[in-house]
Design a protein around this ligand. Sequence first.
Ligand code: AMP
Ligand code: MG
Length: 303
Amino acid sequence: MPSSTSSPTDDQIDEARRVLESGDVIGLPTETVYGLGADATSPSAIRKIFAIKGRPADHPLIVHVADLAAARELSRSWPSSAEVLTEAFWPGPLTIIVERGPMILDVVTGGRDTVAIRIPRHAVALRLLQRFGRPVAAPSANRFGRVSPTTAEHVRSDLGSDVTMVLDGGPCEVGLESTIVDCSVDPPQILRPGSISAEQIADVVGRLASASGPSRAPGMLESHYAPDCTIVPVDVSDSPPSDVDRILDGRSDPLRFAHDLYSLLRDCDRQSLCRVAVLLPDDVGVGRAVRDRIFKAAAHRSH
Ligand code: AMP
Ligand code: MG
C-alpha cells in the first residue's frame, strides 16, 4: 500500500545522491509526478534518461534545483516575469523557461537557447537536490507518450530494472505535470497548463500572451498521457454515451480528479477496459489542465 507518510531515510537519500554522482538515473518523487532524474551536468547521464524513456532527443528536459541562486546560475538573464513568478510560486508546480546560461548542456535543451527550470515543493526532492548540490534534469518517469507515474509503484511497474533506484515519497500531492511559463518572451506565455492556473499566473505577471496559435513547446502537440483504453471526453453540456465500460467524473471535484487521474487511467488499463468516458470539468483553474491531459489521452486512439 502506498502511504502518504512514506519518507526515505537519510541513508536512502544518500544512496540516491551516490547514484546520481555515478552518472546513473533514479526515480524521484515530486509534488507533480514522479521524475526520472539524472545529473544535469553529465551528458552521458542525460542520454540514459532519453534511452530509458524512449524519448526523442529534441524534447528538452526540465532542470530541477534546490534554490533560487542555483536557478539563476543556469540562466543568462532573469526577466522580471521570472522574478515575480518564482517569488509567488516556488518551490512549487511551476516551470519557467528562460535564456540558458553557459552551464546548460545541449542534450538537456535539445539545442535550444532556452532552458526550463523548477524548484519542486516535495520534501524528499528538495533534500536530495540540496545534498547533491548540482542541478537534476528530470522528465516524468514513464515510457515516452504513456501515462505519468504518481506513485513509486507506478515507476517500478513502468520502468522495472531500467532504473537503479526509486525513492518512495508517497503519492504525488498534485498528480499533474507542472504549469510551464515561457519567460523568455514578453509578455510571457503559458506553454503547458497545470495546477497553477492561467488566472493565477496572469494575476502575478499582469499581461500574458494569448494561448492561441501553435504552441512553442516542443512535444506538446502530439498525443501523450496515453492509456491503452480509448478515452471519450464528454463536455459539460453533453451526456455520456451508453456504450462505455466506465465513466470517470472529472466535473464535481476537478482538483481531486487531477490528483487521481493517472491512477484512474492505470486502473482502467489493469481492468482491460475498452472505452472510458471522462466528464470534463469547466475550462477554468485546474480544469484547463485536466481537459488538456484528457484531450491528449483521447487523441492517442482517434488518430
Ligand atoms: P516533461 O519533462 O515530460 O514534464 O516535459 C518537459 C516539457 O517542457 C517538454 O516537453 C517541453 O514541452 C517543455 N520544455 C522544456 N524545456 C523547454 C524549452 N527550453 N523551451 C520550451 N519548452 C521546453
Ligand atoms: Mg512526461
